[in-house]
Design a protein around this ligand. Structure first.
Ligand code: MGD
Ligand code: MGD
Ligand code: MO
Length: 756
């Protein structure tokens, strides 16, 4: 048996191998709280769902115009032919339609390794091949990324670094979290995660007497050890509660008017907009008793209060508003810029939000320029494909969708991440060619014309270095490539060769030379911060480098509060009213934080037909759709289906028992899931995590039942507003019924038909 240092989004680990197979994944000794999910990695590496070799879709070779995507069989290719076909397509589309017709946004988490990062490899390649249409922002907090620059002059409050946990542990009295502190999510961080510290800091804070309150439709969003208070709320209504809390603070003269005057602009307009926004008004919307809203406002004013709002809240209709209302509420409390006070977005949402760290950028692979400057807001992918040339609004601009001919994805899974998959299926039939690189036969790979089998991280050397993590991790190659899989980089280098720019793409460096170079460049940045790190050979042999924790806790907006810094907003202050946003004239995003009812919520007319609000949160047992084949995810399934959590009263009213297979449906689609009854789910709410692989009963039938439980067959494909155009997955109403009869077997992990 041999052992290899390795890193991943789930944490650092030591891979054990025997006879060329990965047999185990043991946690990293310096990680205080390793994630159990790493145990799934060996299962996935050798799973039957791996793509054995390059293939082309039969209908595409026959010129079917895209009709057969998602249900066709495939023809095996040798690598030379695959590379030729791809090179010819890029050249043809660029020549005949222009490079904006190549869609290379390729959103997705890919793997943690910074060199073999699939999307970066694709985008570097496409930049050199003539350019591509890109995607802007992310599915995580797109509405926040659009609105926060207008309010705060930047996005630090959501992307980090925020006020760190040591500042909270040492100073906070009360932490009020909208959406809770979902530590299940702190098992991961993008790009690598040597230290899982968030849950430990939360326990330490509780031990020091910090009181925790979670406002959420799901009681499981606060770790039980902190013995916090759960205030159930109707999904999608937090803005109303935040406005009412602000109204109480101002009406009862508990607000810090000096702070509002000195550090904010638009406080008077904001206060005027709160006319009638009382706790009684908010109770009718949120379901939270008016008396509790009023008493909470007083408790918040009496303590050093940190407000945390989960990223999830802005993933809904008018998702800009809960973020803006959070800022306004914190401004009324006047503790922004004080240790342990103010607000932050995303505590608990990934491992590194609030983790103490230096601002040193770790090793990164250079992407290079993109000669095409066109982009779409990240989640407008189906709109783009269905409506070439169509006009839309985005953050003050009137834009048009490009005419997409070639879609190329490496390192992402839109048939996991995008809303309204049945619409996406139609959209994916439109382009002339779809190319997908992935190690596994995901639903996205099944919708491709040319499928490129990528290695997994264990089949190559790399470096993980999460931007929010203190560790840079060596990822040692542990086994040979499985099947005929190849590294994305090597495939792009070969395509570049056909197109005449291999040297430019590789810079004449091989894998290890690249790792050495990007490590050395990061060491230069570290030295500028006064840190002298070991040289590459020492790092590679040791398996990791640890950056020390900074000595002083970080406080977001400290310098601004002290008057040492201006914010990059037009006023230089926090904008509770934004003349700029108001000037866009968007009815769905006015110039101040406002309660605008979502299209789908429990107070909408539509709730008479679809009476349950579906929360599709992040899975505790995997990362998105990654590792769904592994033991941790598989052990959580109910009769092979993704578990859906229902309130026992809602289940009883429908004759549903724990462990039943249920059909979940609305006007957009239907799926099967396995019922789990839980008093932690507020009445009228259903919780079904994302990430079960999409598995239609009949891929040829539009809107076919998904046998496995991917919530995105039910979610709506609407932008959050004209400002952010972010994904609004959390605004979806559904109905649930017991599924009668023998449920069809799950076949999501079986490869499609491939000709012998
Ligand atoms: N309903 C609903 N939908 C959501 C969300 C939600 O809360 N609710 N959350 C949204 C959010 S925040 C996000 S970030 C997205 C996540 O969506 P994605 O990031 O697209 O999801 P992943 O499953 O992580 O997809 C990454 C893909 O990269 C592949 N991959 C890994 N390593 C490599 C490699 O080396 N090479 C290649 N070529 N491929 C590789 C993996 O196999 C996997 O298929 O989902 C969004 N969708
Ligand atoms: N294990 C694991 N961890 C992950 C991921 C994963 O796939 N698996 N994905 C990672 C990614 S890409 C991201 S962006 C982050 C996302 O982090 P978040 O977006 O914060 O994660 P979610 O789990 O979607 O939502 C957190 C909680 O918000 C609550 N919530 C939902 N809607 C509402 C609402 O209207 N009001 C209130 N008050 N609460 C609401 C839900 O109960 C949910 O459990 O997670 C990251 N962490
Ligand atoms: Mo995300």
């Amino acid at each position: 048996m041999a052992v290899f240092h390795h890193g991943s989004h789930w944490g650092a680990f030591r891979a054990e191998t025997e006879d060329g197979r990965v047999t185990g994944a043991l946690p990293f000794a310096k990680d205080p709280e390793p994630s159990p999910i790493v145990a799934s990695i060996p299962d996935a590496v050798h799973h039957r769902s791996r793509i054995e070799g390059p293939v082309a879709r039969r209908g595409w070779l026959d010129g079917d115009g895209g009709e057969g995507r998602g249900r066709d069989s495939y023809v095996p290719l040798d690598w030379d032919r695959a590379v030729d076909l791809i090179a010819d397509e890029v050249a043809r589309v660029g020549r005949d339609f222009g490079h904006a017709s190549v869609f290379g946004g390729s959103y997705g988490w890919a793997s943690a390794g910074r060199f073999h990062h699939a999307k970066s490899q694709l985008q570097r390649f496409l930049g050199m091949a003539g350019g591509f249409t890109n995607q802007r922002h992310n599915y995580s907090y797109a509405a926040g990324l659009a609105v926060l620059p207008h309010i705060l002059g930047g996005v630090e409050a959501a992307a980090g670094p925020v006020t760190d946990w040591p500042s909270i542990v040492g100073n906070t009295g009360l932490m009020v979290s909208f959406g809770g502190l979902p530590v299940k999510n702190a098992q991961v961080d993008s790009g690598g995660n040597g230290e899982h510290a968030a849950a430990g800091f939360i326990r330490e804070a509780a031990g020091r007497g910090v009181r925790f309150i979670a406002v959420s439709p799901f009681g499981g969003d606060l770790p039980p050890e902190v013995e916090g208070e759960w205030i159930p709320i109707r999904p999608g209504t937090d803005t109303a509660m935040m406005l009412a809390l602000s109204q109480v603070l101002l009406a009862e003269e508990l607000a810090d008017r000096a702070f509002l005057e000195r550090c904010c602009t638009g406080a008077a307009a904001f206060e005027a907009s709160l006319e009638g926004r009382t706790p009684e008004w908010a109770e009718g919307i949120t379901g939270v008793p008016a008396a509790r809203i009023r008493s909470l406002a007083r408790e918040m004013a009496a303590a050093r209060t940190m407000i945390s709002t989960a990223w999830a809240l802005q993933r809904g209709d008018h998702g800009e508003q809960p973020f803006w209302a959070t800022v306004a509420l914190a401004a009324c409390l006047g503790q922004i810029g004080l240790p342990g006070g103010g607000f932050g977005f995303g505590y608990g949402c990934v491992s590194g939000i609030g983790a103490p760290r230096h601002g040193i950028t770790g090793p990164t692979f250079p992407i290079g320029p993109n000669p095409v400057d066109d982009f779409i807001p990240v989640s407008r992918i189906a709109d783009m494909l269905l409506d070439p040339g169509g006009a839309y609004d985005f953050d003050g601009e009137r834009r048009r969708y490009p005419d997409t001919r070639l879609v190329w994805w490496a390192g992402g899974n839109p048939f996991h991440h995008h809303q309204d998959i049945n619409r996406l299926v139609r959209a994916f039939r439109r382009p002339e060619t779809v190319i997908v690189h992935d190690p596994w036969w995901t639903a996205t790979a099944r919708h491709a014309d040319i499928v490129v089998p990528a290695t997994t991280t264990l089949e190559r050397n790399d470096i993980a270095a999460g931007r929010r993590d203190r560790f840079w991790l060596a990822m040692h190659r542990a086994i040979d490539p499985v099947g005929r899989a190849r590294n994305d980089h090597d495939v792009f280098a070969d395509i570049a060769d056909r197109l005449g720019f291999r040297e430019n793409f590789t810079e004449g460096l091989g894998e290890m030379a690249w790792l050495r170079r990007i490590y050395d460049e990061a060491c230069v940045r570290a030295a500028e911060h006064g840190l002298n790190l070991p040289d590459f050979d020492a790092f590679w042999a040791e398996g990791h480098v640890e950056l020390p924790r900074p000595e002083t806790p970080r406080v977001l907006f400290e310098g601004f509060r002290k008057g040492e810094e201006r914010l990059a907003t037009p006023s230089g202050k926090i904008e509770l009213y934004s003349g700029h946003v108001a000037g866009f004239g968007y009815e769905d995003c006015p110039g101040y934080p406002a309660w605008l009812p979502p299209k789908e919520w429990l107070g909408a007319d539509a709730a008479r037909e679809w009476p349950l609000h579906l929360i599709s949160n992040q899975p505790a047992t995997r990362l998105h759709a990654q590792l769904d084949q592994g033991r941790v995810s598989q052990d959580s399934k109910v009769q092979g289906r993704e578990p859906i959590r229902l309130n026992p009263a809602d289940a009883a009213a429908r004759g549903i028992a724990d462990g039943d297979v249920v059909r979940v449906f609305n006007g957009r689609g239907a799926l099967l899931a396995g019922a789990v009854l839980s008093g932690e789910v507020a009445p009228g709410v259903a919780v079904l995590a994302t990430g079960a692989w999409y598995d239609p009963v009949d891929p040829a039938a539009p809107g076919s039942l998904d046998k496995h439980g991917n919530p995105n067959v039910l979610t709506a494909d609407r932008g959050t507003s004209k400002l952010g155009q972010g994904p609004s997955a959390m605004s979806a109403l559904v109905e649930v019924e017991r599924f009668e009869g023998e449920p069809p077997p799950v076949t999501a992990f079986d490869p499609p038909d491939i000709a012998a």
